[in-house]
Ligand binder design. Sequence first.
Ligand code: PLP
Length: 377
Amino acid sequence: MKRIYLDNAATTPIDSDIIKMMNEIMKVNFGNPSSAHSYGREARTIIEDSRKVIADLLHTSPGSIFFTSGGTEANNMAIKRSIYDKNIKHAITSKIAHPAVLAPLQELSDRGLINLSYVEIDNKGRISLSDLRRKLNSFPSSFVSIMHANNEIGTIQDIKKIGIICREFNSIFHSDTVQTVGHYNFNMQELDVDFITASAHKFHGPKGVGFIYLSDNVNINPFLLGGSQERNMRAGTENIHSIAGLAMAMKIAYKNLEEDTKYIKKLKSYMIERLKSEISDIAFYANCTDLSNSLYTVLSVNFPKNEISEMLLFNLDIMGICCSGGSACSSGGVKGSYVFSSILPDSERPGIRFSFSKYNTIDDIDYTIKVLKDLFS
Ligand code: PLP
């Protein structure tokens, strides 16, 4: 049966050239980068070359990049190390942050180490800069975590402005950029941000590898203790082939960024138009249809309620269409996304996230629309 993959915000297919390169490294460069002999030195070179590739693409120094097992670890590291090491007593995030941010902050709050506030968001998922300013005015020297783009509704926040406000109130600013690294340009020289985080599997790299960027302004202690890897910041023998895969995925993503962005935006806008013309009574979450202010890879749609809509995701899966009901939902049902319900609180109607990559085609969209038309006719 035909299968259409429209769940690229969950993960992306790995580029086959990257798989080939990683295979070669696993075969040939199996040395431990901490070993002094030639195998070790070769492995070390791969890691340091990868760090340089990433740093150059983000306009920062290699010393500011630390490899991790992905976005979750990088977010936990930024949050926990800042709050413990800087003796921070107040943190601010938003209710639509990813669980990899919400859960560690909640734990610190439950243990009584911090007071946790949530900045107001509007019905497009945009955070209120005046509310942030108000909160920071009451609690300067806070830890602020605001994601760059939301993984479920695609809302993009102005992290340049947020960074300036955080600086003004002597606060640490962490931005979860897992959905935007590899999809948008970053110039760390121009952003007042202390931490950003990334995950290779969101841009056609391997799973289980990512990085954290640390600005010169923050000094934190190691997150994982043990050996002296990652300049003492993250112990554990490095995942060499995956680190090389991450760097190659970044290189490819930024080499073709303009062209791929244009292509994926075209797919998204085609799907918006077809949905509007073929399915009656649909709505879009947040500012999903605004191509300049929402993640171009994500389109989240609120569908009418009918006898099949409770199991819409399941019905789409049966027809070979792989998409998502929001990150908190994996059972085939469509309820459960706290992000969807924070935007449309009283909706009993099903919400579906379609997310695109450069490997999708207009035919994928046409087939999806045809199936949806049948389900809602
Ligand atoms: N943050 C955001 C916004 C995400 O979309 C994800 C992935 O689902 C993560 C963090 C977690 O990243 P990882 O899967 O690399 O742990």
